[in-house]
Design a protein around this ligand. Structure first.
Ligand code: BG6
Length: 491
């Protein structure tokens, strides 16, 4: 509405996430004319900085995503003029009162809506929320707070954080971000499944043999070892990003596309799962490796990581959903850092069952598994959805081939894919909660992983070491084999 204004305060403005993701996403939204007419952006952090210095810092990471447009630098200037800085302590009500005064100057007599993005460590979330809600919340519009993971490190600490936040905010004001939910292909999952007759009826144990959720990076924790060591790959990727994808993938049909209906179904599916068992998990940690004259450092070579750290940088796990749709179907997750370069990927693989009484059985030799259909949703990089099918190789003989029906986004769509943070920030401004995590979803997610995490830590279970740049621990293959699963081929 033209009479209202939105003030976005990025708390922790000089941090990495703010610089790399949040400011560029806000600019992209501005560039695409998606921000409201009246908006102001404030960076808030402890260090002293002028508005000009903030603008200079921000300008370094802004890019023109759609570089064909000529007026990009003009747009950047306009955007930067609407960015300001306020220096303050995170636990000082007085400093937030000063921020409030500045915000009011920009808002004038309009209805003032305020969004706070907490791009700060979780141990100061509550200080900021307390000060911001008491001293800098809107008097005549909405106030919303976006929080980034980690939302605690187990069920208890997460519940304590939720209780703390709810002293100052109601659930509707809290936007818990999981940026994987903002990724184009993750959002498309429901469209693919619920609007295509060729998929929807197949989405169950009757036709699906297993589902694989794979996250693999070809670089280590470079520079983030200190943070990472307190969490590990299970908390960093599995308990949130991969589990959220699993919930969206496996949920029952929601009554509608409304946020509450979707989140109700996600919670149900999470609650139908058994907490992870140690015997269904493999953990690994990368070690230094020399290749082609270059030595790649191991995880514990990072100076901020204790030499005897047993924190996993790789994990594979088998999960099961105890409901009528998915009974007995293994959902395998695999997440790792410092893996093979060809494995820099996030993807979902759905392996279908064999065709009963397959007439062409003989053409596949003994390896019938190779002949089952597989649907691959490549979330990144180079977004694609493809279906592996069996096909006759043209010619007079009868030889079969595995081929792909391929939807390659770059070839099919000329428009650039927005960054996940763009969509999520826009949704938060518009009050759309569909892609944010509700507190009961979070509780359910933690209940699945907390007993395992405690056991790993109490027993200090040693991860299997794998060389930097390798395919990861061999244990992951044994785990899959235990459930008659073979990890999908490389994309
Ligand atoms: C973050 C994790 O949530 O996601 C990082 O903390 C990881 O460890 C990152 O590198 C991956 O995000 P993306 O969008 O680059 O796949």
């Amino acid at each position: 509405n033209n009479d209202s204004t939105v003030s976005i305060t990025v708390v922790g403005a000089s941090g990495d996430l703010a610089k790399k993701k949040i400011f560029p996403a806000l600019f992209a939204l501005y560039y695409e004319d998606c921000l409201p007419k009246h908006f102001t952006i404030f960076g808030y952090a402890r260090s002293k900085m002028t508005d000009a210095e903030l603008r200079n810092m921000v300008s370094k990471t802004l890019t023109c995503r759609i570089d064909k447009r000529e007026n990009c630098s003009e747009k950047m200037e306009e955007f930067l003029e609407r960015c300001f800085y306020h220096s303050g302590q995170y636990d000082s009500e007085g400093h937030f009162i000063d921020l409030d005064k500045k915000l009011k100057q920009h808002e004038g007599s309009r209805v003032s809506n305020r969004l706070f993005y907490l791009s700060i460590p979780p141990n100061i979330f509550l200080d900021v929320v307390k000060c911001a809600s008491k001293s800098a919340s809107s008097v005549n519009g909405w106030t919303r707070v976006i929080v980034e993971k980690p939302f605690g490190r187990d069920s208890e600490s997460s519940a304590a954080l939720t209780r703390g936040l709810k002293q100052y905010l109601v659930e509707d004001q809290i936007f818990r971000i999981d940026h994987y939910l903002g990724k184009e292909l993750v959002e498309n999952l429901s469209v693919l499944r619920f609007s295509n007759l060729v998929f929807e009826p197949l989405w169950s144990r009757q036709y699906i043999r297993n589902v694989q959720l794979i996250f693999s990076e070809d670089f280590g924790t470079e520079g983030r070892g200190g943070y990472f060591d307190g969490y590990g790959i299970i908390r960093d990727i599995m308990q949130n990003h991969l589990l959220q994808i699993l919930a969206l993938f496996a949920m029952e049909t929601p009554i509608s596309l409304e946020a509450e209906d979707i989140r109700n179904e996600k919670v149900k599916v999470l609650r139908s799962m058994k907490p992870l068992q140690l015997e269904d998990v493999v953990i690994g940690q990368y070690k230094s490796h020399t290749k082609g004259g270059t030595t790649y450092p191991g995880y514990i070579d990072d100076k901020t990581v204790p030499k005897d750290s047993v924190t996993p940088t790789f994990a594979a796990a088998a999960l099961f959903i105890n409901n009528a749709r998915w009974d007995g179907v293994p959902f395998l997750m695999k997440a790792g850092k410092a893996l093979h370069t060809k494995r820099y990927v996030a993807e979902i693989r759905v392996q279908f069952r064999h065709v009963p009484g397959n007439l062409y059985k003989g053409s596949f030799g003994t390896d019938l598994d190779r002949a089952t259909n597989e649907l691959v949703i490549r979330v990144q990089p180079d977004e694609a959805i493809y279906l592996k099918i069996n096909n006759k190789i043209p010619g007079l003989g009868m030889r079969l081939d595995r081929s792909n029906l391929n939807l390659h986004y770059a070839a099919r769509y000329s428009k650039e894919i927005p960054d996940a943070y763009e969509r999520l920030l826009l949704d938060a401004i518009e009050g759309e909660r569909r892609l944010f995590i509700r507190s009961d979803e979070l509780d359910a997610a933690w209940s699945l992983f907390t007993p395992l995490l405690k056991e790993l830590e109490e027993k200090r279970i040693a991860p299997e070491l794998y060389p930097y740049g390798s395919r990861g621990p061999v244990g992951a293959h044994y785990l899959a084999a235990k459930y008659n699963v073979r990890w999908g081929d490389l994309s």
